[in-house]
Design a protein around this ligand. Structure first.
Ligand SMILES: [Zn+2]
Length: 83
C-alpha cells in the first residue's frame, strides 16, 4: 500500500512535469502504466491542466475588487498611526 501512495506521488509529479516538457520514454511508460491502473491519477491528469488554465486566466484578468471608500479611509488612518 505504501508503494502505491509513493507511485501516486511520483505520477502526479510526472503529470506536472509533462505539462512543461516532454518526459523521457521510461518516465512516459511508467506514467502510462500508473494511469492505466489508478483512477485517482487519471482524474488528476485531466483536472490539473484545467486548473492551471483557470489560474492563469485569473492571474491575467484585471482586478475589479474595490474596498468601500469609508473602509479604505479608515484602514489608511490606521496604517498611518504610529505603532
Ligand atoms: Zn495514482
Amino acid at each position: 500500500m505504501r508503494t502505491f501512495i509513493s507511485d501516486c506521488q511520483r505520477a502526479t509529479l510526472l503529470i506536472e512535469r509533462r505539462a512543461d516538457q516532454q518526459l523521457p520514454l521510461a518516465e512516459r511508460v511508467q506514467l502510462w502504466a500508473h494511469l492505466h491502473l489508478c483512477a485517482y491519477c487519471r482524474r488528476y491528469a485531466v483536472q490539473s491542466p484545467a486548473l492551471a488554465r483557470a489560474a492563469r486566466l485569473t492571474a491575467q484578468a484585471p482586478s475589479t475588487a474595490r474596498l468601500p471608500s469609508d473602509f479604505a479611509a479608515q484602514l489608511q488612518r490606521r496604517l498611518d498611526e504610529p505603532s
